[in-house]
Design a protein around this ligand. Structure first.
Ligand code: SAH
Ligand code: SF4
Ligand code: F3S
Length: 446
């Protein structure tokens, strides 16, 4: 009798780049005879694909590794991959004896060999950056069958003083435009009509010949691509060419996630974000005047060293002036080795102050979204059905082009379809809608 195929379970933390990397790892392992399973108990190989962006992200993983150790099947191989693996390297092997493999974001090509080694009792840490590595020959095993995450750039060349990403993902490098187009054609052939281009500063994409404007035009021209998104752009990389491409490529959606981080020029400077408060607002204005109906979402950090009440007020005032549709807000978390940890101790913002600012910021953003969303009731728009609604019943979760979530009556058979809906209710953040008339997906010839 032959042995059954070994099984692998991957658990993913962090950003979409990590989700995409997990898809690549699963694809690689499937090609080497592994079956993916969606539960760790009983799996032969357990991979935890980690994030290091804030301390909390890492403590969660440490806790989770302990849990896995108690429940895993005897002899299972545990690997830690991703940004925390890159950051800690061999230290993780010392700290967690049940972990056999520590593999950074550029090391996934060696996964099958490293797992084989672990089976023979070897423990290994693989954290060398490989600036040529884009995993071009891997066939990702995608978790999502409506939208495809397509990495177009790895690493980051900015050096924001709070950020661990340049350390965990290395220098910026772009995939070749032709490779991105080929992957887009593949996902369309698999039935997907939405693609999301991924990079840490995705609009700084440059493959030596083509820039991000060329990339948007090329991907948008692939027949069958009906929605094109990207995350996350940096305000300094929105050239006139890129904005013109966004405005003219039909598939590019009317939404941009544009991390602001702070509304105080003094703090932005200390963060080394390389733009001022006015520069950020001007960037939003340029985007909005080129793309009617554009919704803008953002990331903001509170409690960065030296942030005074006045600085925080400046953040609130930009938040009110810009009118973000949604915001992801974080308390500053010092990351070992980043320049922000070397700032004078007296600049540290006490935790209670940071918490209070966070609450004020969240309330300010929510108040705006509520008003914006109430104003949209009665509107009709096109939505794409993404999945069954989490709260179950007979609702599906759909999304508008400008990134609003709309719950609509329906079932799993509608996933991947485009519908016309009327927005009938809102919780302030998400909507409920009624189907007005169904639309068929565009023919492949587009
Ligand atoms: N490359 C993206 C951001 C990736 S990290 C960009 O530059 O826009 C996602 C978000 O996490 C950041 O936008 C920032 O708001 C937050 N973040 C990053 N480092 C952080 C830290 N040390 N403490 C708190 N939040 C942080
Ligand atoms: Fe981090 Fe800044 Fe790079 Fe974004 S641009 S990944 S925040 S260093
Ligand atoms: Fe986290 Fe790494 Fe992404 S630190 S946010 S998983 S790039």
């Amino acid at each position: 009798m032959t042995d059954p195929r070994p099984t692998v379970y991957v658990e993913t933390y962090g950003c979409q780049m990590n989700v995409s990397d997990s898809e690549l790892m699963l694809g690689k392992l499937a090609a080497h005879g592994y079956d993916a399973v969606d539960h760790p108990d009983g799996a032969d190989v357990i991979l935890v694909n980690t994030c290091a962006i804030r301390e909390h992200a890492e403590t969660r993983v440490i806790g989770r590794l302990g849990e896995l150790r108690r429940n895993m099947k005897p002899g299972a191989i545990v690997g830690v991959t991703g940004c925390m693996a890159q950051r800690l390297g061999p230290v993780l092997l010392e700290k967690a004896k049940h972990v056999s493999l520590v593999i950074g974001p550029d090391g996934y090509r060696a996964l099958p060999a490293l797992i084989d080694g672990a089976r023979r009792g070897q423990r290994a840490s693989a954290t060398t950056f490989d600036l040529e590595e884009h995993y071009e020959d891997f066939q990702p095993r995608r978790f999502d069958n409506v939208k495809a995450w397509i990495p177009v750039q790895r690493g980051c060349d900015y050096r924001c003083t709070y950020c661990i990403v340049p350390t965990t993902r290395g220098p910026e490098r772009s995939r070749k435009l032709a490779d991105v187009v080929r992957e887009t054609e593949t996902v369309v052939a698999e039935g997907m009509s939405e693609v999301v281009l991924l990079g840490q500063t995705v609009n700084s994409y440059h493959d030596g010949e083509s820039d991000f404007a060329d990339l948007l035009r090329a991907v948008g021209a692939v027949p069958g691509v009906r929605r094109l998104r990207f995350t996350s752009p940096h305000p300094n990389d929105f050239s006139t060419r890129v904005i013109a491409a966004m405005a003219t490529v039909d598939a590019v959606c009317e939404h941009v996630h544009l991390p602001m981080q702070s509304g105080s020029t003094k703090i932005l400077k200390r963060m080394l974000r390389r733009y001022t408060r006015e520069g950020y607002v001007e960037c939003v204005d340029r985007l909005r005047s080129a793309i009617p109906g554009l919704s803008v979402t953002t990331d903001i950090i509170v409690g960065f060293p030296g942030e005074t009440d006045e600085d925080f007020e400046e953040t609130l005032s930009v938040v009110r002036a810009v009118g973000f549709s949604e915001g992801f807000t974080f308390k500053f978390s010092p990351r070992d080795g980043t320049p922000a940890t070397r700032m004078p101790a007296e600049l540290t913002v006490p935790d209670e102050v940071a918490s209070e600012r966070l609450a004020t910021l969240v309330a300010t953003m929510r108040a705006h979204s509520r008003v914006e969303n109430m104003g949209l009731l009665g509107r009709r728009c096109e939505v794409l059905v993404e999945k069954e609604a989490r709260r179950g019943g007979d609702l599906v979760q759909t999304r508008t082009r400008d990134f609003k979530t709309v719950l609509v009556p329906g079932d799993a058979s509608m996933i991947g379809q485009y519908l016309n809906v009327e927005l009938t209710g809102t919780t302030g953040s998400t909507f409920t809608g009624q189907i007005v008339s169904e639309r068929r997906p565009l023919p492949m010839a587009g």
